[in-house]
Design a protein around this ligand. Structure first.
Ligand code: B4P
Length: 207
């Protein structure tokens, strides 16, 4: 099973690269942002609670997103693997993801982080805000708050995966196809290593 975490600040290109990756590797795309926006569109109680936080550029509580990922994993038992986009965003979310995947005899293969400077993030998100209809993309103060939340609450998740030797950082600035090529190179390198040592990987999951 090929399980990839796509990581980076808001506007780094996670959603953009995810679309290309799911087509290339035939993986299931799990974006907590998309799952939350679906709840908002359906007008559920969860969606109403999440909307208030998302519109302000704040994170939704861990137990809410962990519950959504738990359900999505169970609903996709036959998947060849997953692209986790925008999740995990806190260390407790990362710890829960490891536990949930272990229940499915799986684990995260690698995390690919897209690094982009704050001014470029703000430019991209304000541009998307012209057409996305997303309140969190339309106000520079909220966009900068999202970047601050990333720096204070989310960036440390990189260390969690670095400690497991699964962290790879790439420059997320430049042509989308060039960045895609670099993301694929990291994933292909991981797959080659898996092919060479499948037994070791399985033992690790069962331990
Ligand atoms: P998300 O939906 O995850 O949204 P995002 O971080 O804003 O966007 P993403 O990073 O995918 O966008 P992309 O760069 O592809 O989160 C929204 C909110 O949901 C959060 O603020 C939070 O409230 C909540 N939430 C979600 N997950 C959560 C979790 N796990 N825990 C708690 N709360 C959670 O695209 C941005 C723009 O850049 C696009 O217009 C794109 O065209 C452009 N772009 C992409 N690559 C480019 C490139 N190389 N060059 C130029 N432009 C590029």
């Amino acid at each position: 099973m090929l399980n990839i975490v796509l990581f980076g600040p808001p506007g780094a290109g996670k959603g953009t690269q995810s679309q290309k990756l799911i087509a290339h590797y035939h993986l299931v795309h799990l974006s907590t942002g998309d799952l939350l926006r679906a709840q908002i569109a359906q007008g559920t109680e969860l969606g109403l609670r999440a909307k208030k936080l998302m519109d302000e550029g704040l994170l939704v509580p861990d137990e809410v997103v962990i519950g959504m990922i738990d359900s999505a994993l169970s609903a996709n038992e036959e998947a060849a693997g997953f692209i986790f986009d925008g999740f995990p965003r806190t260390v407790p979310q990362a710890e829960s993801l490891d536990r949930l995947l272990a229940q499915h005899r799986a684990q995260i293969g690698c995390m690919v982080a897209l690094e982009v400077k704050e001014e470029e993030l703000v430019t991209r998100l304000l541009e998307r805000g012209k057409t996305s209809n997303r309140p969190d993309d339309q106000d520079e103060t909220k966009i900068r708050r999202r970047v601050t939340v990333y720096n204070t609450e989310t960036a440390q998740v990189a260390g969690y995966y670095a400690a497991q030797h699964k962290f790879h950082a790439l420059n997320g600035t430049g042509a989308i196809d060039d960045i895609f090529g670099q993301v694929c190179a990291v994933i292909d390198q991981h797959r080659a290593a898996l092919d060479e040592a499948p037994a070791a990987a399985t033992e690790e999951v069962q331990a």
